[in-house]
Design a protein around this ligand. Sequence first.
Ligand code: NCD
Length: 344
Amino acid sequence: MSGVCSMDFIGSHILSIDQFERADIDHIFSVARMMEPYAHRHQVTKVLDGAILGNMFFEPSTRTRVSFGCAFNLLGGEVRETTGFENSALAKGESLYDTARVLSGYSDVIAMRHPASGSVAEFASASRVPVINGGDGANEHPTQALLDLYTIEKELKSSGRSLDGLRIGMIGDLKHGRTVHSLAKLLCCYKNINLQLVSPDALQMPGELVELLRSTGHQVTISDNLASSIAHVDIVYSTRIQEERFVSQQEADLYRGKFRLNQSVYTKHCEPNTVIMHPLPRDSRTEANELDSDLNENPNLAIFRQTDNGVVLRMALFALVLDVVNLVDKSAKPVNWYTGSRFQ
Ligand code: NCD
């Protein structure tokens, strides 16, 4: 199926991209491909019948939380969740240790998001079941990076390109954006990457990540010029100003709307098959609008293919961590309801 994994997924926490080598990523992607018929409603599996996901989101989320839940449901499991810091006992002063001891008694696996860097790892160290990081502050968002890379590989394959030699422009708040931090680390598993990092000076990619990319042999250009940076790339990866990480809204507002991509900018500066990505949510308010809705009909806009891929990727991680990969196809049945046209 793939090379020898450095990682034993069974029962493991998924906390950081630091855990993975290239063979591990290949393995996750091969299991994700196996999940596509189930995610696309061509087949049904109940391989996780009886299992419970604790979906613990202590910070705002739509797609990450729901796609973790859907992925678990599509494998036949049940989901219990808590949303928002203020609605949880953490707001009453409970420690992450106590919360982890309690919730891990109720679940077989936990997906967790929390506003503080390192908090998911701290929680995991007290958990009795595997914990998957759904975003810890400005630190990391490993499942988003995996689904992004899975998407990039698929998008490039359709035009004969590959991950080695990838040219990518990352745009926006590269200082606080956990998705770009994890994606930058993930790209270190590949060869000969050309990165254009486009941000205001104050929001540049952390120095240690730039250093890591350069020491891996990748070519990194740091700039605040959108037009020149997106001229020769395979992927434009736009991001939102992470206003919740700034000390004040006024400070965040200084940077909103600085790098706007719309159809006319795309047509003028990008190569014709440049793929447009964004982890979402895109801030569609006029003062920000980093990715204009006039790109919605552009076939190279991959943002909703990314969100679809989030389900298969998270299904793959659950199947690996709970050790049911080999049982999925054995328990498969055809679907017997109308499945719509959303995956055609
Ligand atoms: C991202 C996040 O939460 O880091 N969203 C997501 O999970 N898809 C990006 C963002 O909020 O800007």
